[in-house]
Every structure is written in structure tokens, then in C-alpha cells.
Design a protein around this ligand. Structure first.
Ligand SMILES: C[S@@+](CC[C@H](N)C(=O)[O-])C[C@H]1O[C@@H](n2cnc3c(N)ncnc32)[C@H](O)[C@@H]1O
Length: 319
């Protein structure tokens, strides 16, 4: 029999899953306006009904471009002899964008709830441009409801709070503990309790001796603006159970350093924006007029990119 606790958890998992649709439609909107280019996002989110506010578009731009710069650097310093694991990947299109640029890695794995991966599997299966890129003439793509196993690309349905399942899926995805591995999490850990996310981060640090983690997430959730962000999400059924680690850039660093990572850095999006290529900033600030400069500053001081490493070599992967 289902307990009240289980029913609450299922309900809130559904609200968390729905955050992927929001993120994808925000990305599609910004891409349509020309903030950055992504030929693949339209295959996952077919239409956007509403235009997002300019500060939201700029926020997504800063995050997308900064993360892509870091990923490109990691691939460059490892000469492609590496793996990428995107946890809570949603409908992210990084695998196809890298492929288009001729950037290859040894393995590219995406994890998310089965409710998300089943939809992603379906979209990949029915879209030639997506399917071709995960296929290989010497390797038959294996597909079932929630999982897709290509030669390099693997998409896997798993609850990240269940470490036993994660470990099994890591094995099934042919990930090698000894290879340099980039973990990517964009707005994911905040939906997982501190106890469970710490277990996951500790496990990764123990197993992957040459890992770099890129975490894009909220910070300063304890101030007035942060409280409003929390309460907006709560009204949509999303409890940010991991918000304790999102109090500052220091708490973001500590969530890694306290669990076996040898180094960590964290910079809010104000600092990230200042490090983006000036010509790109000049270009995107022409796209839309921004009335609410103050609102953009508030948004930028409430999100951060944190990098953490288990191998000192990856401390050089910075903006
Ligand atoms: C805000 S969305 C972000 C999606 C993607 N990273 C992006 O930036 O577009 C959060 C994602 O984390 C996933 N997620 C959250 N908790 C999870 C868990 N316990 N196990 C698997 N996926 C989870 C959700 O299903 C959702 O796809």
C-alpha cells in the first residue's frame, strides 16, 4: 500500500520533472532570438507560446556559453580522451552540438528520471538528424522505453538518489573509472536532499580519480530575493530540498570539498558574465532592450558556476 510519504514524493518528482520543460522552452526562446545557436533544441521542444523576459534570455545565454567554453576546454586538454556524464540532463543537446563541431569523446552519458529519458528516447528515435548522430555503422543502437545505447552516446533512466541503481547504470553505460571524466549538472542537485546529493558526490570522488564537476545552480537563497525564488517554486509543487548547499558560493564549494574533491572554485554569474568574450557580450546586448538592469543583477547574483576536481590537472579548466 502507498504511504502518504510516497504519494508526496511522487507528486514532487513530477513537479521536478516538469522543470525540464521550462528549461527547454527558455532555451528554445533564447535560441530563436539569436542568443546562441542550437539546431537541435527544436526537435525536443516543438513550440514556445510565450516570449521570455530579456533578463531570462541573457541568463540562459550566459549559462549556455560559459558551460560550453568549459566543456570545450576539458575536451581540448584531454585531447578527447575523456568521458562526459550529464546528470539530470533533461533535453540538453550538448552531444549533438559537439558532434556538429567535430568534437568527439570516448563516452557521452546522460542520466535523468525515466519519465524524462523515455520522452527523449522517443524524440531521438523519430528524428533522423538526432538518430544518425548516435548511430555507428559498426554498432546497432539499442533502444527500449527509457534507455538508448549508441556506440558513444548513452541515455539512461535512473533516480540519482538511488546510488545502487546509479552504480549499475554507470557500469551498463560502459563508463571507465580510470578515464578523465567531466560531470555536468545544471539546476539538478538542488532538487535532491543534501544527504543523497552528498552520497552521490562522495561516491563519484571515490570512484573517478580524474574527474571534473561543473555545477550550475542557485546561490544566496537565504536572502529576500532567494526566498521569493524558493516560494515561487514551492507554489508549483517543487520543494528545493537541497537548498542548504545553495546559500553562497562558499557552501557550493564546501559541498564538494567536504566529500572527497581535492579542489573547488565557485563564481556567481555576475563574475561569469565579466569573463565571457567581450564581442559576444556586445552582440547579445543588441538583441533586446533591457529595462530592468537591477533585475538582471539580482538574477546573476543568485546563480553560480562551481567547478570541482579530483585531479589537480583539471583546476586549469576555468573561464
Ligand atoms: C531544471 S531541469 C534541468 C535540465 C537540464 N540539466 C538543463 O539544464 O536543461 C532539472 C532536471 O533534473 C532532473 N532530476 C532532478 N532530480 C533527479 C533525480 N533524483 N534523478 C534523476 N533526475 C533528476 C529532472 O528530471 C530534470 O530533468
Amino acid at each position: 500500500m502507498l504511504q502518504r510519504r510516497d504519494i508526496d514524493s511522487v507528486g514532487s518528482d513530477e513537479a521536478v520533472i516538469a522543470t525540464n520543460d521550462d528549461a527547454s522552452s527558455c532555451k528554445r526562446c533564447a535560441v530563436a532570438l539569436g542568443y546562441w545557436s542550437d539546431r537541435y533544441i527544436n526537435y525536443f521542444i516543438r513550440s514556445t507560446t510565450d516570449r521570455k523576459a530579456p533578463e531570462i534570455n541573457r541568463g540562459y545565454f550566459a549559462r549556455a556559453v560559459a558551460i560550453k567554453i568549459l566543456v570545450d576546454k576539458f575536451i581540448e586538454v584531454t585531447n578527447g580522451n575523456c568521458q562526459i556524464v550529464n546528470i539530470g540532463a533533461g533535453f540538453d543537446t550538448l552531444y549533438w552540438r559537439l558532434g556538429e563541431e567535430g568534437k568527439t569523446v570516448k563516452g557521452f552519458v546522460e542520466f535523468d528520471f525515466p519519465g524524462v529519458t523515455s520522452r527523449k528516447c522517443l524524440y531521438i528515435q523519430r528524428t533522423k538528424q538526432l538518430l544518425q548522430a548516435v548511430s555507428d555503422e559498426d554498432y546497432d543502437v539499442k533502444l527500449n522505453r527509457n534507455n538508448l545505447h549508441g556506440h558513444t552516446y548513452k541515455l539512461t533512466g535512473v533516480d540519482l538518489r538511488n546510488l545502487t541503481d546509479v552504480e549499475a547504470k554507470v557500469k551498463e553505460s560502459d563508463l571507465q573509472y580510470s578515464l578523465p571524466t567531466l560531470f555536468l549538472a545544471e539546476c539538478v542537485l538542488v532538487y535532491i536532499s543534501i544527504q543523497k546529493s552528498s552520497q552521490l558526490l562522495k561516491w563519484i570522488a571515490e570512484k573517478f580519480k580524474s574527474a571534473l564537476f561543473i555545477n550550475y545552480e542557485m546561490v544566496n537563497l537565504g536572502d529576500r530575493f532567494g526566498e521569493v525564488m524558493l516560494s515561487n517554486l514551492r507554489t508549483r509543487g517543487c520543494d528545493l530540498v537541497g537548498s542548504e548547499a545553495c546559500q553562497s558560493t562558499e557552501t557550493q564549494r564546501r559541498r564538494f570539498l567536504d566529500y572527497g574533491w581535492v579542489g573547488a572554485d565557485s563564481c556567481d554569474m555576475m563574475g561569469v558574465w565579466a569573463r565571457l568574450p567581450p564581442e559576444e557580450i556586445a552582440r547579445v546586448t543588441q538583441i533586446e532592450l533591457l529595462d530592468e538592469q537591477e533585475l538582471l543583477s539580482q538574477l546573476f547574483t543568485h546563480y553560480a558556476i562551481t567547478t570541482a576536481w579530483t585531479d589537480h590537472r583539471w583546476s586549469e579548466v576555468q573561464l
